[in-house]
Design a protein around this ligand. Structure first.
Ligand code: ADP
Ligand code: MG
Ligand code: MG
Ligand code: MG
Length: 400
């Protein structure tokens, strides 16, 4: 076994060649590094004679953040790999298959999903994903339900929580999502014309209370194994198929954090539409489709989660009258609040989304930024008043 070092292209090829039963002996393997290189290397290895391919993802021991290096534990590769394996076991159609791994090298060898498109790109291009709400509702319901105390023996669940302690990656979320946007910070990143918005985020006491409560939930509430970074850049999609990748932020946290992440990213795309679709009728149609997806995602999640609870719950108190309703209502409030936090940080915080930043026209880009902030702030401030799925859309429409 090798000690840790970033793989060269040649090493990636020879490692791929050694995966039992994957490539034929005479395979002509080619390799390209396709990651963005900030946190991880991603090697795409193909047989030039046609046929098979695979992906090797390797964690780097640091993140490049504002020009500096932020040290990151390599154990996150093990966490990502174990989360992928668990997600594939619970939802085989909705996650890549892991073929092999080497924790010492911090690598995971997995199914190549290059026949899919990163969903953020598809959404920017206006692609419709008619099955997405169903697929992601299924992914969320099954991964969250089966890793929670509702479905697990509490002793085994605690062992599982231990395996997924992920302090370095949680710190990124704690800082970038639940702290920096609300104070002066070198990590913040926004154009000068948004200084009025940034100041209002720093000075809004009512908003700070709600963010503090959501941050507390993120820090303390080990409800289920989360994906932890479920934005549309972590989803490969076609109109027929959905595959969730990149769970390196996985840890035990509040379920609404994952549901909220998906919804936030659809709403960011919603806020960006005037920057992408010129024709007003076509634009309205796309906007309407995105809003419908948001409410469908919650419905699909809730319906499946309740069915799993009715049919598969192991918790001896799960059948207590009213418990399921109270639990689902809590997940919904968290979903609205976390969605809002995630929208805000993508506008003023360190890391942005192409849906908005890649809009060429500066006036349309600014409109999209302000609209996303208005929706995000309104969701955070009113998340505790949300009682049914349609309330999220009501808040979005009030703000937009
Ligand atoms: P990071 O954690 O660095 O963001 P990702 O897992 O999101 O890494 O992968 C980065 C990019 O590498 C993805 O956007 C995608 O283009 C490519 N990639 C990652 N996993 C796969 C895969 N299984 N199949 C095909 N491409 C992949
Ligand atoms: Mg990346
Ligand atoms: Mg990624
Ligand atoms: Mg990642």
């Amino acid at each position: 076994m090798s000690t840790y070092h970033p793989l060269t292209i040649e090493e990636a090829i020879s490692l791929a060649r050694g995966i039992p039963g994957h490539f034929p002996a005479d395979a002509a393997l080619a390799c390209e590094e396709i990651g963005d290189g900030n946190l991880n290397l991603v090697f795409h290895i193909t047989d030039q004679n046609g046929g098979k391919s695979l992906i090797i993802k390797q964690a780097l021991p640091y993140a490049k953040v504002v020009g500096e290096s932020w040290p990151l534990s390599l154990d996150r590769a093990r966490i990502e790999r174990e989360a992928l394996q668990l997600q594939y076991r619970l939802c085989p159609g909705l996650a890549p298959e892991v073929y092999a791994y080497d924790d010492r090298l911090a690598i995971t060898v997995m199914e190549d999903l290059s026949d899919h498109t990163i969903m953020r790109k598809g959404l920017i291009d206006g692609v419709a994903y008619p099955l997405f709400a169903e697929h992601i509702g299924e992914f969320l319901a099954r991964t969250l339900f089966f890793t929670s105390d509702l479905a697990m023996n509490p002793q085994e669940k605690k062992e599982q929580v231990k395996k997924f302690i992920n302090p370095d990656l949680c710190k990124i979320t704690e800082d970038l999502i639940f702290e920096d946007p609300y104070k002066p910070s070198a990590n913040n990143n926004y154009p000068e014309y948004l200084e009025d918005e940034a100041r209002s985020l720093r000075e809004d006491a009512a908003l700070h209370l709600e963010v503090a409560l959501l941050r507390e939930a993120f820090l303390t509430r080990a409800e289920a194994l989360l994906h932890g970074d479920l934005h549309t850049g972590s989803i490969f999609a076609t109109p027929e198929s959905t595959k969730v990748i990149d769970p390196e932020f996985a840890y035990y946290g509040p379920m609404g954090f994952d549901v909220g992440a998906v919804i936030a990213n659809l709403l960011l795309n919603y806020a960006s539409r005037p920057g992408w679709t010129k024709d007003p009728a076509a634009r309205r149609e796309t906007e309407q489709r995105l809003l419908s997806m948001v409410s469908e995602i919650w419905q699909e999640f809730e319906t499946r989660f309740r069915k799993l609870w009715d049919e598969e719950a192991k918790d001896p108190m799960a059948g207590s009258p009213g418990y399921q309703d109270v639990y689902v209502a809590k997940v919904l409030r968290d979903t609205a609040g976390f969605a809002g936090c995630k929208m805000i940080r993508r506008i003023v915080g360190l890391s942005h989304v192409a849906d908005i930043d890649a809009i060429e026209d500066e006036r349309l880009r600014e409109e999209a930024q302000r609209k996303a902030l208005a929706i995000g702030k309104h969701l955070v401030k009113h998340h505790r008043t949300v009682t049914n799925g349609e309330d999220i859309l009501r808040l979005v429409k009030q703000a937009a």
